[in-house]
Design a protein around this ligand. Sequence first.
Ligand code: PMP
Length: 352
Amino acid sequence: MRNWESNVRRVVPYVPGEQPKDNGIIKLNTNENPYPPADGVIKALKDYDADNLRLYPDPSSEELVKALAERYTVKPSQVFVGVGSDDVISMAFMTFFNSNKPIIFPDITYSFYDVWAKVYNIPYKTKPLDENFRINPDDYNCENGGIIFPNPNAPTGVCESLDKIESIIKANPDVIVMIDEAYIDFGGVSCIPLLKKYDNLLVIQTFSKSRSLAGARIGFAIGNEMLIKYLNDVKFSVNSYTMNSLTQKIGVEAVKDESYFKKIVNKIIQTRERTKIKLKELGFTFPDSKSNFIFASHPNKPASEIFEELKRRKIFVRYWDKPMLNNYLRITIGTDKEMDIFFEALEDILRN
Ligand code: PMP
């Protein structure tokens, strides 16, 4: 080891899902939306004047913030935008999780939370989910430095009731409770309305799933004005120009087209429900999902084998070789056609 290495901030990084380059694959591994972005987004991309690139973008993404504020009936001063919700959550960890007490999140959850906690030296503790992958709110009724969990949870897809979430926020008035609603549009109930009652709540959402813009990288947080000010203070202390001008423009277009948003979200929900029936027929078990993926396990065939066999057939799903997760596949909902090919492959794999 070199001497200077003792001063290095060394971390074990988060490992994102594979983004294979080859054509003809069926990609059900990173919870992307199988449908294109809204027409307005495509038009804005075509019409974009490249001369704009000479200039720095609007550092406060005012138009996008305004569009989101209107859509969610909050004030613009209650909206913070970032480069994907990963950027928003990372900023929020840096801003709000600064006590010596551990922050808490479930043991099965988005595997980026512990990575951020480690990179920012934030102590953390995990709380077990019950046998149905549900959160026990009593576990969150203890001294802590803050709370975060996704609703619906990832990678389980399980959605908790607003009442349960409210009980957790209510029991923790002295810390910030962040609800990561990356998948909320696929059938869950958002806790944004709870912002009227609780100033310690931060709700985080993304354009990556329900708005078909994973490649554009847009995430946002909605909260009390004070929280948003604190977040902006940190953001402007790290990098003022996080979101480029083209992305700001297409983000506005995506928010404006509510009917297209509803149409593709409903389509994915329909395909998900059909996928549940088919997976059950094939013998899979899974917690009920309200997201755009299903977390499934088969009693007769190890998930690792199914994963490899699917991959051989150019069908990618997500698999983690980790305790508690290693007999599950997380299957993103694709188009009906993609799912039909997937079901056929599964039938074939399970026959052998
Ligand atoms: N939260 C959860 C629970 C997720 O699964 C993801 C997707 N990996 C994200 C946040 C981040 O998504 P993005 O940065 O694309 O908005």
